[in-house]
Design a protein around this ligand. Structure first.
Ligand SMILES: NC(=O)c1ccc[n+]([C@@H]2O[C@H](COP(=O)([O-])OP(=O)(O)OC[C@H]3O[C@@H](n4cnc5c(N)ncnc54)[C@H](OP(=O)(O)O)[C@@H]3O)[C@@H](O)[C@H]2O)c1
Length: 258
């Protein structure tokens, strides 16, 4: 980092005065109305971090079936086992998919979900999977090999977080019968913070998806689709842990993402 470079720059004011670290009372009272009984849910990034908690929370809301998606079958099976331990009557199915591969791969995943659920389409899509590598555009090491490696690590944010999110939404909306489908996009504060060192491409990719899904909510008004953005706050996961390595690049993350 250059000597006079700011660590994090925030010029906007928070619009919330209170922070919660658990399901707070007022929200708890509303949860019975939020039951997902009879619904099917497809969640990406279900094998790790925040995705595990989302999977368990949705399973508690009693859906018809929950599809656990990601690239690693073993971690998805672990989440499935956790769900069945806590909610033995819930149907949880594992679907291996790499959203970064694009729309054909995502269409296949949605088709697999349909086949597993007697031809019924998915009701709720949760776009949670994402990629983060802390990679400066040109850092202290400006050797060709390193700069190229950093470029690939930076570009991958758009492959997974933007192309993957678009592919997933496309496949979901193409497959769903018009019955008020719901999309929940897991966004990030990084998208709207002015500056966090080393994650410009992660932040801009999350901002692109925020805008893409927001526009989609207008495009989808006619058939009653509802699209929500959810910012999870700062959560200690593989993605946010200071010094943690991204399994994809071996580069290092350095900052919390709230
Ligand atoms: N942690 C935070 O503080 C924080 C803050 C703000 C926003 N968020 C957002 O919260 C969401 C979850 O983050 P997390 O912290 O839980 O991250 P994480 O622990 O690194 O989990 C990321 C998940 O995405 C999956 N994934 C990555 N690339 C994929 C691909 N190409 N295709 C399919 N699945 C893929 C991973 O599974 P496989 O590797 O098995 O595919 C993993 O399950 C992300 O959207 C992130 O931007 C997190």
């Amino acid at each position: 980092m250059a000597q006079n470079e700011p660590t994090v720059a925030v010029t906007r004011r928070n619009f919330t005065t209170e922070y919660h670290h658990d399901t707070y009372k007022r929200l708890q009272a509303r949860l019975p109305n939020a039951a997902a009984s009879g619904k099917s849910v497809l969640l990406t990034g279900a094998g790790k971090g925040i995705g595990i908690s989302i999977a368990l929370a949705f399973a508690r809301a009693g859906p018809r079936v929950i599809f656990l998606c990601g690239r690693t079958r073993a971690t998805l099976e672990e989440t499935r086992a956790k769900i069945l331990k806590e909610s033995p009557t819930i149907r949880a199915e594992v679907i291996v998919v790499d959203i970064g591969k694009g729309v054909a791969e995502c269409l296949q995943a949605l088709a697999a979900a349909r086949n597993l659920d007697s031809g019924r389409s998915v009701d709720i899509l949760i776009n949670n999977a994402a990629y983060l590598a802390s990679a400066r555009v040109v850092g202290d090491d400006d050797s060709l090999a390193h700069v190229q490696e950093q470029f690939e690590a930076n570009w991958k944010h758009y492959e997974v977080n933007v192309k993957g999110s678009l592919a997933l939404a496309t496949a979901f909306l193409r497959n769903c019968v018009p019955s008020n489908p719901v999309i929940i996009n897991i966004s990030s504060g990084a998208a709207v913070l002015d500056y966090v060192p080393g994650i410009g491409c992660y932040a801009s990719s999350k901002l692109a998806t925020l805008k893409m899904y927001s526009d989609l909510s207008f495009e989808e008004t006619a058939r009653g689709s509802r699209i929500f953005h959810l910012h999870p706050g700062s959560v200690q996961t593989a993605m946010s842990a200071p010094g943690a390595s991204s399994p994809d690049t071996g580069t290092h993350t350095r900052v919390p993402l709230d």
